[in-house]
Design a protein around this ligand. Structure first.
Ligand code: ASP
Length: 342
């Protein structure tokens, strides 16, 4: 068997940060030094190549253009590698993994994101194990020579998560991510246990690159007693083309004719609205309670069990594909690449 070939793409994040001597704050460091500090990588019987973005960043500075750059790097190098590992800051990693799942339809090779809670230069770093196992997973093949993982995934602290089903849950624990509504794709112990039933398989023949995202959207988290006037300016189609409402429990909201009318007028003017739950686990069931019947009546889209990260990136993706309101609603309702349980 030929040794797997993996491309490691470095974008920044804590894994490669050092303390700025002037401010004391953590800031990105150059990739060469980072790579040199992991001699274990030389023991791999994989062929490893590296690519670093010109300016590594804290992932708080990520945006759709930078997501597209990462997706393009994978697309352009797709034929030459068996898998890809992307080093990325943890803060917005779940947004990037969800975004890339929409940007790379037809993926048949692994794209594994990882990072760390402690910089690789620190003695207790979690970065080494995360990187080493992510690389191992990116090169895994089955008996017929096909990649075991054929999707965008996130590896962190012994667990592999589906990229568009994961959320950052801790700033402190090494177990920084969780996937509340979807099983783990794999678990790393003395060996790597894959959950084959949870793996995604694209029906498309060829890999495509779909980077047109429209970020004219708003995300509104409801709270009891919220004054409607405080969110009214967002429901203006000339500025915001889609709104995601983070609602209570199974998709419920306060009963307010003013709120209902604002949504109805907004949809009338061309906007789309999706209802997702503030709960980490479970899903939106419109009409289960009286307090969500108005959303059903208004034909607000149910986000079901989607994460906030996947909802935001899905809406940017969908708005980028068509300007027809009906088509937008239809696409938002579909399960595009395993981001929602239907
Ligand atoms: N602020 C860092 C980032 O997201 C945190 C980390 O990487 O863990 O880039």
């Amino acid at each position: 068997m030929i040794n797997p070939k993996v491309l490691i793409i470095y974008t920044g994040g804590t894994i490669g940060m050092i303390n700025d001597p002037e401010t004391g704050a953590l800031k990105p460091f150059d990739f060469e030094s980072l790579y040199a500090s992991i001699p274990e990588l030389k023991q791999f019987d994989y062929e490893l190549d590296t690519f670093s973005v010109d300016e590594p960043i804290d992932s708080s500075d990520m945006n759709p253009e930078l997501w597209a750059d990462i997706a393009r790097t994978i697309f352009d190098n797709y034929a030459n590698y068996d898998g890809f590992v992307v080093l990325h800051g943890t803060d917005t990693m779940a947004f990037t993994t969800a975004a890339l799942s929409f940007m790379l339809p037809g993926l048949k090779k692994p794209v594994i994101f990882t990072g760390s809670q402690l910089p690789i230069g620190q003695i207790r770093t979690d970065g080494k194990e995360n990187l080493i196992t992510a690389i191992e997973m990116a090169g895994m093949k089955d008996m017929s020579g096909n990649s075991v993982i054929q999707e965008v995934a996130l590896y962190f602290e012994f667990q592999l998560y589906k990229g568009n089903r994961v959320t950052k849950i801790s700033t402190f624990n090494f177990e920084a991510f969780k996937s509340y509504n979807y099983p783990l794709l794999a678990q790393a112990g003395t060996n790597i246990k894959i959950d084959h039933n949870s793996l995604y398989r694209s029906q498309k023949e060829e890999l495509e690159l779909v980077t047109n995202f429209n970020s004219n959207i708003a995300l509104v988290k409801l709270f009891p007693g919220m004054p409607i006037k405080s969110i009214k300016t967002l429901f203006d189609f000339s500025k915001v083309e889609g709104v995601i409402l983070e609602t209570f429990g199974n998709g419920n909201s306060f009963s307010s004719p003013e709120f209902e009318k604002m949504i109805a007028d907004y949809m009338e003017s061309g906007g789309i609205v999706m209802n997702i739950t503030q709960c980490a686990q479970g899903n939106v069931v419109l009409g289960l309670y009286q307090t969500s019947v108005h959303f059903k009546r208004l034909e607000v889209i149910s986000g079901r069990d989607i994460t906030t990260e996947a909802a935001v990136t899905k809406m940017m993706h969908v708005l980028g594909q068509t300007s027809d309101q009906k088509e937008r609603i239809e696409l938002m309702t579909q399960n595009i690449c395993g981001e929602v349980t239907i």
